[in-house]
Design a protein around this ligand. Structure first.
Ligand code: CU
Length: 205
């Protein structure tokens, strides 16, 4: 008689628990390190739901902008949702241009001067490497993503992504100096309820 009673009790207590877990948004902490285990900052980490994102337009907080300041693209890497219009304000006294030969976006914006802004839309997901015709050392990266679950690693190589519904995802880590095709490393992950964690090692140039 004991067995059936225990299993009924287990069932009844398991149902409300499972419902509570399903309602709780999942979170994942991802740490990116190099071959020596040192933290890698400015790596872009994204979780793409299997089957693709179906939640509509993706907008990250803040203005989508890449400034030109002290003859550099600042910040050097930005993340934008597919279709975002990115501003390129020139905060220098010298003129700059913006160009890209990347597959995800080929374009060229002619030279423009101090306190002027140009913009460009990015309808294709992928990595867009930016340059300036005048200053060869200027490099910037626009990582165009098709998921709202994306972020850049901090000085500890860590990013926390949250708000996902539990399920199957593809975890992609990109870095400008990663020695892999497209600078990417991919891993299939299952996001459960609550907080998960992943650690990714990148070989850097
Ligand atoms: Cu320039």
């Amino acid at each position: 008689m004991k067995g059936p009673i225990i299993s009924i009790l287990a069932l009844t207590s398991a149902i409300p628990l499972a419902a509570a877990w399903a309602a709780a948004p999942a979170a994942m902490q991802v740490q990116v390190v190099d071959e020596r285990g040192m933290p890698v900052r400015d790596a872009v980490v994204e979780l793409d739901p299997n089957g693709g994102w179906r939640g509509g337009a993706i907008r990250f907080p803040g203005r989508a902008a890449m400034a030109q300041k002290n003859v550099a693209f600042v910040p050097g890497t930005i993340i934008v949702g597919k279709g975002t219009n990115v501003a390129f304000p020139n905060l220098d006294t010298v003129r700059h241009s913006v160009y890209s030969f990347s597959k995800a976006a080929r374009f060229e914006i002619d030279l423009y001067g101090r306190d002027q802004t140009r913009s460009h839309s990015f309808p294709v997901a992928g990595t867009v490497a930016l340059g300036c015709n005048i200053h060869d050392q200027m490099r910037g990266y626009v990582r165009v993503v098709d998921t709202p679950y994306a972020g850049k690693t901090d000085q500890n190589g860590i990013v926390r992504l949250s708000g996902m519904a539990p399920g199957a995802f593809q975890l992609t880590v990109w870095h400008a100096r990663a020695r892999t095709p497209g600078g990417e490393v991919r891993r299939a992950v299952t996001v459960g309820a609550g907080q998960g964690a992943q650690k990714i090692a990148l070989k850097l140039r």
